[in-house]
Design a protein around this ligand. Structure first.
Ligand code: NAD
Length: 340
């Protein structure tokens, strides 16, 4: 089914209604037209989620080029009809979701936390504009270090915590599912396992909560007559954690999987799915207050809220606490940049 539900001419304008919401034309904004922003706008268009996608970049010509290129794919796409264009902050006024991908990316060997000061300075120019022009939108942050940038966006926007989401470990969880799906020879979507904490080097895999077929991994292995190989699982977690470094070493950036992760989060908001996703949000975790990291949260049109505290093994709780403290330290290093 295409995205087009109804059109009507108002002052010569054609309004296209999303296939997910036939009563209201949905607009999504993507700020930053680089690798991540362009791939995300393309993925959103293919998904048919929105009637309009506006792309904003300090390099307006780049935003225009990406919008033109994506527009030429619309007639060839299953989404049917989406208006994709380069715009400015004034275009945000009715955006359901604003996805922020603007900022510098990692160079080979750099960690995500190395980007914190450069991207904080960029956020100080972007987030107040978004808050001014789209005061009721859901903000979705992708810029790295994503947990720190999500915290900063929360502070600079003045939005309630549930309306400021980071892509967090949604991507890392998909990478882990991919690893485990290959290891156990099942579709990755049938593996219930996720990553919590920082989207970065201190991220944590809570193995005690991982399951296949409703069974924890040791029981699943026993039932399947497979050896339970803790070393192989640790190696899978390490490959999950270092995947971005390996991809950046080879192609200079990561973009397709993060675009799919952002699209899945936008979809959960626009369709008010109540899906449990490991988005990053501000809260108290593992005894650390006023920090931002990922645990499963319910995502719907109002944003994201955690609905139940994770019950972890003591070593997992300790690892989550260390991750929270590391993010907290990076947040505190911003000093005056946090002031509105
Ligand atoms: P890129 O350099 O290709 O694109 C960044 C874009 O931001 C550029 O087009 C630039 O012009 C734009 N920009 C810079 N300052 C701006 C401003 N003030 N206003 C508007 N636009 C501005 O980088 P990329 O590869 O697209 O990565 C973007 C960010 O996403 C990086 O921080 C990267 O680390 C992050 N990222 C996050 C994840 C995740 O899982 N959250 C995954 C991949 C990349």
């Amino acid at each position: 089914m295409g995205a087009l539900f109804a059109t009507e001419g108002i002052n010569g304008q054609v309004i296209v209604y999303s296939r997910y919401c036939p009563f209201k034309p949905i607009k999504i904004a993507v700020i930053g037209a680089g690798n991540v922003g362009a791939s995300t706008a393309y993925s959103l268009m293919l998904d048919g989620l929105a009637a309009e996608i506006v792309i904003i970049d300090v390099n307006h010509a780049k935003a225009e080029g990406e919008a033109m290129d994506i527009t030429h794919a619309v007639p060839l796409s299953p989404s049917g009809q989406t208006r994709v264009y380069a715009g400015g902050y004034r275009d945000l006024y009715d955006a359901a979701v604003v996805v922020v991908t603007a900022g510098v990316n990692q160079k080979p060997g750099q960690t995500r936390l190395d980007l914190v000061h450069a991207n904080a300075a960029i956020y100080r120019t972007i987030i107040p504009e978004v808050a001014h022009h789209a005061p009721r939108t859901v903000l979705l942050i992708a810029t790295n270090p994503v947990d720190v940038c999500t915290y900063l966006a929360y502070k600079l926007s003045g939005f309630p915590a549930h309306r400021v989401l980071g892509s967090g470990t949604v991507l890392d969880s998909a990478r882990l599912q991919t690893e485990l799906g290959a290891m156990f020879d099942v579709n990755p979507a049938s593996v219930h396992a996720f990553v919590v904490g920082e989207h970065g080097d201190s991220e944590v895999v809570p193995w005690s909560l991982a399951s296949i077929q409703g069974m924890r991994l040791p029981e699943f292995c026993r039932g399947a007559d497979l050896p339970y190989d803790a070393d192989a699982l640790r190696a899978a977690a390490a490959r999950t954690r270092t995947a971005a470094y390996e991809i950046i070493k080879r192609k200079g950036a990561t973009d397709f999987a993060i675009a799919a992760a952002l699209t899945s989060i936008v979809r959960a908001v626009v369709r008010s799915e109540d899906s449990l996703l490991t988005v990053s949000r501000v809260g108290s975790y593992a005894g650390v207050d006023d920090v931002c990291l990922s645990v499963p949260a319910r995502v719907n049109s109002k944003g994201a809220r955690t609905i139940s505290t994770l019950v972890l093994e003591p070593d997992e709780e300790e690892a989550l606490r260390n991750s929270a403290l590391r993010i907290k330290e990076a947040i505190e290093s911003l000093g005056d940049l946090l002031q509105t």
